[in-house]
Design a protein around this ligand. Structure first.
Ligand SMILES: [Zn+2]
Length: 314
């Protein structure tokens, strides 16, 4: 009895600042794949928001098609990642050692290596590590079974589209901090819950993505979490061409036309195309122009849907 009560109490404490003033922001945000409902809770004190409850087993929420793209999208992503990585490279006088926590298919590490960086990555499972190892020959360590070389310090640690997937992000942030060399930088990319797109989309925001996204970060929440992990935020920027305009298109389709992320499910090949989807596709093409305009304006105003933080040790 006492255990159940204390569990309930713990779940209502902010996981970042531990304040007890928690509000239910969205009482019923649905996973667009399983249709399971989740709550989105928010801390009144530090503005951190998170998904509740955290499923005991997340595997059913990650279909095989999740983040599996066709050849054209992969070619575009490679190009965008090369540009992004070149900007990170300019933060340093010369290439050093880089580690990507949650490196996925390894496109960014591969791009960094081509600029002269000594790179390695981590992934959750052998299956997820295999592509980057076999396709690019990258050293990828599986979390829990293989250790990053002991004592190695990294000039650049990357957590890109990772922190929002963690139920308990502070230990991972502290670990990232401990892996940084003197003068090293930690790059964090996460959806921005304080964006215009998130405010407009509500529980139909494309990048809310419950329960895969367990944390919903804002610039304030990121600063709060960073300060608790011995880090400081040097800069936050918002331009993300691969996420932002598409996020607007899908979010507008969800809000105005009850699309329920069907366009995304079709593109992930999780659903079969039907005749009625032609109308959605045409609508999406039409929306892409205002979506680009909205993205550009939101970036300029610091309210883009994806944010990238550059952090350093305090
Ligand atoms: Zn808080």
């Amino acid at each position: 009895m006492e255990d159940a009560a204390s569990a309930r109490k713990v779940s209502l404490l902010c996981p970042i600042c531990e304040a007890g003033e928690v509000t239910v922001l969205y009482p019923e945000a649905r996973d667009y794949i399983t249709k399971d409902p989740f709550q989105v809770l928010a801390c009144k004190k530090c503005s951190t928001s998170w998904t509740h409850p955290v499923p005991g087993n997340l595997e059913p929420y990650y279909p095989r098609s999740y983040r599996r793209y066709n050849a054209i999208i992969i070619a575009i992503l490679k190009l965008l990642y090369r540009r992004r990585v070149a900007r990170w490279n300019r933060l340093f006088a010369k290439p050093g050692a880089a580690l990507e926590l949650g490196c996925g298919d390894g496109f960014m590490l591969n791009a960094l290596r081509s600029l002269g960086w000594d790179v390695c990555g981590t992934e959750r499972t052998e299956e997820m590590a295999r592509f980057a190892r076999e396709h690019f020959g990258l050293p990828v360590f599986v979390e829990g079974s293989q250790q990053i070389p002991h004592g190695k310090a990294f000039d650049l640690v990357i957590m890109f589209q990772v922190l929002e997937h963690l139920a308990d992000p502070l230990p991972q942030l502290k670990r990232a901090c401990s892996l940084l060399s003197e003068g090293g930088r930690l790059i964090i990319g996460v959806p921005n819950f304080a964006s215009w797109q998130a405010s407009y989309g509500g529980d139909g925001w494309f990048h809310l993505d419950v329960p895969r996204h367990l944390f919903h970060w804002s610039p304030d929440a990121l600063r709060e979490a960073a300060s608790r992990c011995g880090l400081r935020v040097e800069s936050i920027s918002f331009a993300s061409i691969e996420h932002d305009p598409y996020g607007w298109v899908q979010t507008i389709l969800n809000r105005q036309f009850g699309n329920g992320n069907r366009l995304t499910r079709l593109l992930m090949r999780a659903e079969r195309w039907q005749a009625k989807d032609i109308a959605t596709l045409m609508l999406a093409a039409l929306l892409s122009i205002p979506a680009f305009a909205l993205s550009l304006i939101s970036w300029a105003c610091g309210r883009g849907a994806i944010m990238q933080g550059v952090l350093a040790r305090r």
